[in-house]
Design a protein around this ligand. Structure first.
Ligand code: GDP
Length: 380
């Protein structure tokens, strides 16, 4: 039966139900397997197209991987995060298992940030956040996998410091892990000692054969390797709860043009139909929206906000579209009291943030239940 057949490349149990889970092969291949040494789609892609395909896992299975990694005394971690969604990139189980291990942080998607950022400030902020959460941050890189910014630098650092380490790449889904690896690994391989790359089974073997840890191994030397772990789905993210089309409007594909609204108190801003900001009290001040350029931002009077939402949550205030709006309501209410003279970001995880220029102010936010909201010192 299906359950007994393992991928010849990575050791994952073969299955033909779910394409983005480990061990996927189309059903007819699995049926006609007989004597052949079958490989899963992920191994097939790396063998024939040199392309690293991400598969995904739930958090519970992810813990198994962390447990296994923590037994490898030569482990180092490459932790990929999305600068636009730091909260959604955070994998809360990591400190429990990997607090002792050196962490290289790759902040991806630098290309979506406005031009006038202070890169050092962003690296420091991310580093501080992760150290506070109990990780040993060795170094932080700010890159764009898509635009290949700073990948050489990253590759050099990896080769220089991690020649005698096994590098485990971890990250939540959609942070750009596969884009990064597909561009980084060829650089690494090009500069590492000659290794025979795409030769099944040497290339894609399970780290711990006989276990069900579906980790893809890419050798960097005869002894050490880089391991790609499956992407972790975080179901509680706002971005997991909208349809792919709406997701395209929410996740910035291009450099964000900050949109500035001068608001008086008793005015309201809608970010699509995904968040509502009521400016209750305070002086006139700029609200700077760092959200996808595709997201409709709409300003109205506080008195009109309820009506506007009722009548236009399916056209003007999108995303969510009419289909995914059915599962949505802005039923989580958060009161924010911003103290005096401090530039702060009000972050809605996955959606972006609004920077207040720092006058004493009172705000009320309406967001979907799944949305995580926090404030921080302004990042930009
Ligand atoms: P994974 O699930 O972590 O493997 O993420 P993917 O590599 O599939 O990328 C998820 C989405 O983010 C895709 O739409 C990518 O095109 C996009 N993406 C990946 N890297 C970057 C980047 O550096 N900049 C931007 N703007 N988008 C990126």
């Amino acid at each position: 039966t299906e359950a007994n057949i393992k991928c010849y490349g990575c050791g994952a149990t073969l299955q033909s139900q779910t394409e983005n889970l480990p061990g996927y092969v189309p059903e007819k291949k699995l049926k006609n397997n007989e004597q052949k040494k079958l490989i899963c789609k992920r191994c097939h892609r790396i063998k024939h197209y040199n392309e690293i395909l991400q598969v995904t896992l739930d958090e519970t299975k992810f813990i198994n991987i962390l447990r296994q990694v923590s037994k490898d005394s030569s482990a180092a971690i490459l932790y990929v995060i999305d600068i636009f969604d730091f909260e959604g990139s955070w994998l809360s189980q990591v400190p429990e298992y990997l607090a002792e291990f050196p962490i290289y942080v790759v902040i991806n998607k630098a290309d979506v940030l406005p031009r006038d950022i202070n890169a050092e400030r962003i690296r420091l902020w991310v580093s501080d956040e992760l150290v506070q959460k109990g990780l040993q941050v060795e170094k932080v890189f700010l890159v764009s996998a898509l635009k290949r910014w700073d990948l050489d630098n990253l590759a050099n650092a990896v080769l220089k410091h991690y020649v005698n380490k096994n590098i485990y790449v971890i990250g939540a889904t959609n942070v750009g892990k596969s884009t990064l690896l597909n561009r980084l690994v060829p650089i690494l391989i090009g500069q590492a000692e000659q290794v025979k790359m795409f030769d099944i089974p040497e290339i894609t073997t399970s780290v711990y054969s006989g276990t069900t840890v579906e980790t893809l191994k890419i050798p960097l030397s005869s002894e050490y390797a880089i391991y790609d772990t499956p992407g972790i789905i975080k179901h509680e993210r706002l971005t997991e709860q909208i349809c792919p089309k709406c997701l395209q409007a929410v996740i910035p594909a291009k450099r964000i043009n900050p949109r500035i609204y001068q608001l008086n108190s008793k005015q309201t801003l809608f970010l699509g139909g995904l968040a509502r900001f009521d400016y209750l009290e305070g002086d006139k001040q700029p609200f700077v929206c760092y959200v996808s350029n595709e997201l409709n931002v709409h300003r109205t009077k506080l008195d009109n906000a309820d009506d506007l939402y009722q009548t236009h949550n399916k056209d003007l205030l999108t995303p969510p579209c009419a289909d995914c709006a059915q599962d949505f309501s802005l039923n989580k209410i958060i009161e924010l009291d911003i103290p005096v003279y401090q530039e702060i970001d009000v972050v809605i995880a996955g959606l972006g943030w609004i920077t207040l220029k720092g006058y004493k102010s009172k705000l009320r936010l309406y967001v979907p239940e799944a949305a995580e909201v926090r404030t921080r010192t302004a990042l930009i």
